[in-house]
Design a protein around this ligand. Structure first.
Ligand SMILES: *Cc1c(COP(=O)(O)O)cnc(C)c1O
Length: 461
């Protein structure tokens, strides 16, 4: 299994032209973008691995479904089709659509914060989740196993919670001050690493004993289910759907950025197992935030495309190829000596730039420096997941140091071929070989929240 890679389980029906630019031009584009590839124009990017969020290709069934979209403001048929699929997959009682994952977060998370000084605990909070926790007046505590940061050593489930530490945090904060436990599935910020069912079962039981709500931040739950099937005893003969259903039973609330395993360009999901009071609050609150509860910021056609995408994402041939494709890129880099999070995760290859550029201090953003050099090398756009992204401590305003300085090479779903990935691998290896010449960066402009999206930087000479 581990020595062969699958070819795409689809063929191309429509193409989108992309073009290579010259190195001279790319140096100029990057300078104009404030040394922050978020500010590049996509036409100046050859292979775009910024994110897997909403960047995948839809299937012919999804494109066909767009025509069935019912654009009624209230009670759209598209809503009921999507609701049916979400309820089948989650087996939860309540569903509300949102325009994307953070839309779902902004509606639900504040409902769980009952008083000052509350905390959320997650394996690792995703960046928008952390932002919404803080905007709701709470604090975010991460509690992942130490093995997560041991890049070189194989662990089948590096997304797991450290359950002893979790119990300790709950006791020290007091269970009444824990607003919720957020299981990020897969664990995006540490390499798309899966969580085992066993670990989630332990977390769920602990939360239940203290009556703390469990939230699944499940943008990539289908990829996680695939890893569980591959790596956890007892799941080899189970369908991805039934593994997913088992996972949902361990939580009370499911929040999803449907731009990932929804195989759609836009969409978010709020599903609530059985808490009617919470559902009523969210349904009230969503109107001014996202829209009427039967569209939640989505057009009818988006809801129809999502209803189909959610089902396609559970297809095992699709998942096998997807996970294989990411592993192919990771294996090529690892073979060339580039330090990557190992094993390779579900949606991205995470390159350990703290090891590549130890001469650049964390607050001069070594991974951002590698990201920028990669763009100059081949027009490949990656993204920094490190101290630049993490931002400042909300209490002291000091720069926080991320435990790892990652460059994330995120693979959009059903979009690029292995030839593209070879171009990416060659370029990363070339940058790696000239790593000692990389320079740190400082701010030209620093926004107060989620700074990495719009900051302007300059190289330190
Ligand atoms: C993408 C993502 C989100 C936020 O979703 P958006 O659709 O980008 O708003 C939240 N959590 C995780 C784990 C994600 O990957």
């Amino acid at each position: 299994m581990d020595n062969h890679y699958r070819a795409e389980p689809y063929r191309i029906k429509m193409v989108e032209t992309i073009k290579q630019t010259t190195k001279e031009k790319r140096i100029e584009y990057l300078k104009n973008a404030g040394y922050n590839p978020f500010s590049l124009r996509s036409e100046d990017v050859y292979i775009d691995l910024l994110t897997d969020s909403g960047t995948g290709a839809m299937s012919q069934e999804q494109w066909a479904a767009l025509m069935r979209g019912d654009e009624a403001y209230a009670g759209s048929q598209s809503f009921y089709r999507l609701e049916g699929v979400v309820k089948t997959i989650t087996q939860y009682r309540y569903f509300i659509p949102a325009h994307q994952g953070r839309g779902a977060e902004q509606v639900v998370l504040p409902q769980l914060v009952k008083n000052d000084g509350m905390v959320f605990i997650s394996n690792i909070h995703f960046d928008t989740t952390r932002a919404h926790v803080e905007l709701a007046g709470a604090r975010a505590i991460d509690c992942v196993i130490d093995a997560c940061y041991d890049v070189e050593t194989y662990h089948p489930f590096k997304g797991n919670f450290d359950t002893e530490k979790l119990a300790e945090i709950i006791r020290s904060k007091g269970p009444e001050n824990v607003a919720g436990i957020i299981m990020t599935v897969t664990n995006n910020s540490a390499g798309g690493q899966p969580i085992s069912m066993e670990n989630m079962r332990t977390v769920s039981a602990l939360a239940k004993s203290y009556r703390i709500p469990v939230i699944i931040d499940g943008a990539r739950y289908a990829e996680n289910a695939y890893f569980v099937k591959q790596r956890e005893a007892g799941y080899q003969n189970r369908s991805i759907l039934s593994i997913s259903q088992e996972l949902f039973q361990l939580a009370d609330i499911f929040l999803m950025s449907a731009k990932k395993d929804g195989l759609s360009n836009m969409g978010g999901i709020i599903a609530i197992k059985d808490d009617e009071a919470l559902f009523t609050k969210c349904r009230t609150y969503i109107v001014p935030m996202e829209g009427f509860p039967t569209y939640g910021g989505l057009s009818g056609r988006d809801m129809d495309a999502l209803a189909i995408g959610l089902q396609e994402a559970l297809d095992e041939d699709y998942l096998a190829h997807r996970i294989d494709q990411v592993r192919y890129l990771g294996d090529r880099l690892k073979a060339a000596g580039v330090p990557v999070q190992y094993p390779i995760g579900g949606h991205a290859v995470f390159v350990d730039c703290g090891t590549i550029a130890p001469h650049i201090p964390f607050d001069q953003f070594p991974a951002q420096s590698v990201v920028n050099e990669l763009y100059i090398e081949a027009g490949v756009r990656a993204v920094e997941i490190g101290s630049f992204l993490l931002g400042r401590d909300p209490d002291t305003n000091e720069n926080l140091q991320n435990p790892k300085e990652w460059m994330r090479l995120t693979i959009p779903r059903r979009t690029y071929t292995r030839n593209h990935l070879d171009v990416v691998a060659d370029a990363v290896i070339a940058v790696y070989q000239r790593r000692t010449s990389l320079k740190g960066l400082c701010f030209d402009y620093e926004p107060p929240v989620l700074r990495h999206f719009t900051a302007r930087l300059k190289p330190i000479e």
